[in-house]
Design a protein around this ligand. Structure first.
Ligand code: ZN
Length: 225
């Protein structure tokens, strides 16, 4: 596997109130408060097959907790998914998806890759979750210079600000609620040993961990068996 993997996500930099916070990390102010918790998903392009796969791959979240993702053509759908191959994989976090600075005519999520791990990760963001490796208690010590060097060069070409916001910055307890750090979270980026000064490499997680399940249930309620 080449490193870093392509599914590293980078929300557009211009937004928003979240300058960067992640989770078993919940961006407290960005969690949805609706009843019933039905998040409408509008597709901005994509083939029928891609659209069906997105809804299918996102299901483990709505199986775990009391929420639904509902296909919609409403202009003001909470989650608006585009499939631009050039834009990588990213999502706004929680209610930032409907932030007035964004506008309903713009996508709140882009999927360059439609696979289960990517869709779960980006829908985790859409539910208000941040990156696990930015957990206040993340048990990794990053080789920051190496990461900056790798991510600001080809093929990523991220800005230093993007690297800091998506990888290096730790969430502070003022903005996030957490459950214990969980290296198996779908919200963790994989980290190779080369990026770490200390701590164990994080594998590429591909399904919801028990911590992810607990977290989404804490947020949105546990689905009755
Ligand atoms: Zn992400």
């Amino acid at each position: 596997m080449s490193f870093p993997p392509r599914r590293f996500t980078s929300p557009p930099p211009e937004l928003l109130k979240t300058n960067a916070t992640a989770r078993g990390v919940v961006l407290r102010d960005l969690v949805w408060h609706k009843a019933p918790m039905i998040l409408r998903v509008q597709f901005m392009g994509g083939t029928v097959d891609q659209q069906n796969k997105v809804l299918e791959f996102a299901k483990p979240w709505s199986t775990a907790a009391k929420l639904e993702f509902e296909r919609s053509t409403a202009f003001d759908a909470e989650i608006r998914v585009s499939f631009n191959q050039q834009l990588g994989n990213w999502s706004y976090i929680g209610t930032d998806s409907i932030h007035r600075n964004l506008g309903y005519h713009k996508a709140s999520m882009n999927l360059a890759d439609v696979d289960s791990a990517t869709v779960l990760h980006e829908f985790g963001h859409a539910l208000g979750l941040g990156h696990e490796h930015q957990h206040p208690d993340a048990q990794v010590t990053l080789d920051e210079q190496r990461i900056i060097s790798d991510m600001t060069s080809h093929p990523y070409n991220w800005s230093l600000e993007q690297v800091e916001r998506n990888i290096l910055k730790r969430f502070t307890r003022a903005v996030v609620d957490t459950i214990p750090y969980d290296s198996l979270s779908i919200m963790a980026y994989p980290f190779p040993a080369a990026w770490l000064m200390a701590g164990s490499p994080i594998p590429r997680n591909t399904s919801l961990s028990s911590g992810d399940t607990k977290l989404v249930q804490d947020l949105y309620g546990k689905r009755a068996p």
